[in-house]
Design a protein around this ligand. Structure first.
Ligand code: FAD
Length: 303
């Protein structure tokens, strides 16, 4: 039996397990794939105090740091259910049931993809999902943002300050973003918003993105825009489907946490991109993992 069982081996889970182990707690970490989204990232320039690193390198350092402590790492294991009766019981896909006094959920999230030709081929070569991360790589260039919801319009406003020009392509006839954001976007001289635009293909020269094809859904006309980057902003989906009914989730499926990282279930904490934390970044996920581990420690000394 564990004192603290962490679900997820991304930056949030790694930080949580180190903080828990450093309190002398018997700690385990269950991860479907250690490293999480960081393993899929090429350049990282905003992990403060490290001017530049790459995803796989950061994953190696995360794992090495966790291995400095007596943490039971169960990699390539997927958690499928969680329930609490007395202790928290976590069932894995392989049938094993792990018991722990506290659990820290950090299963992360995944970007919703366009599912058009070229998207996978040019991922990290012009196709991007995170304006905070990759925006500066497109300084002075033309980019598109796919999606006219709040995250799409926020991304367009953010990018407009860095790049030469932003075209927003929205599938629906109306933007779903808040009116203040749309107003701000319209006031910037270098954002063009096109609605009823169905993105159909990411084009490239074999090594990098050079444009996007879309169809005007009203007229059926096909268009091509030349550009250097495409930011896909059609949703970040938390990996919490398996937690429905077990802990309270927001309408978007994010785990609702308080300032100590505690969920609706006493003794069950959560951290990182899977939670209601508004901004999703490595450094923020790590901070929230540390916070949740301290929350779990505090809970244990009181119960
Ligand atoms: P994740 O990194 O998503 O990790 C989740 C972990 O949980 C994984 O180990 C996963 O396998 C595991 N898991 C999920 N479900 C289960 C389950 N049921 N059972 C067991 N394990 C499970 N942020 C930056 O700050 N700077 C950047 O430059 C940057 N670039 C990015 C580039 C890309 C392409 C992407 C996708 C993201 C980028 N981000 C960047 C965002 C950053 O990666 C995330 O904010 C961060 O990884 C979130 O950490 P996390 O620990 O909450 O979740």
């Amino acid at each position: 039996d564990f004192d603290v069982l962490v679900v997820g081996g991304g930056p949030a889970g790694a930080a949580a397990s180190i903080y828990a182990a450093r309190k002398g707690l018997n700690t385990g970490i269950v991860a479907e794939r250690f490293g999480g989204q960081v393993a899929d990232t090429v350049g990282i320039e905003n992990f403060i105090s490290v001017q530049y690193t790459e995803g796989p390198k950061l994953v190696n350092s995360l794992e090495a740091h966790v291995r400095e402590y007596n943490v039971d790492i169960m990699n390539n294991q997927r958690a499928v259910t969680l329930r609490k009766d007395g202790k928290v019981q976590l069932e894995l896909q392989n049938g094993a049931v792990l018991k722990s006094k506290t659990v820290i959920l950090s299963p992360g999230a995944r970007w919703r993809e366009m599912n058009v030709p070229g998207e996978q081929e040019y991922r990290g070569k012009g196709v991007a999902y995170c304006p905070h991360c990759d925006g500066p790589l497109f300084k002075g260039k033309k980019v598109a943002v796919i999606g006219g919801g709040n995250s799409g319009i926020e991304a367009a406003i953010d990018l407009a300050g860095i790049v030469e020009h932003v075209t927003v392509l929205e599938f629906a006839a109306e933007l779903r973003a808040d009116a203040v954001l749309v107003k701000k976007a319209n006031s910037m001289g270098n954002i063009t918003i096109i609605t009823e635009a169905q993105s159909t293909e990411v084009t490239g020269d074999g090594t990098r993105v050079n444009g996007i094809n879309y169809t005007d859904r009203k007229t059926g006309d096909k268009h091509h825009i030349e550009l250097a980057g495409i930011f896909v902003q059609i949703g970040l989906v938390p990996n919490t489907e398996w937690l429905r009914g077990a802990v309270e989730l927001s309408p978007r499926g994010e785990i609702i946490v308080d300032e100590r990282g505690q969920t609706s279930v006493p003794g069950v904490f959560a951290a990182g991109d899977a939670t209601t934390a508004p901004y999703k970044q490595i450094i923020i996920a790590m901070g929230s993992g540390a916070n949740a581990a301290l929350g779990a420690f505090d809970y244990m000394i009181r119960n």
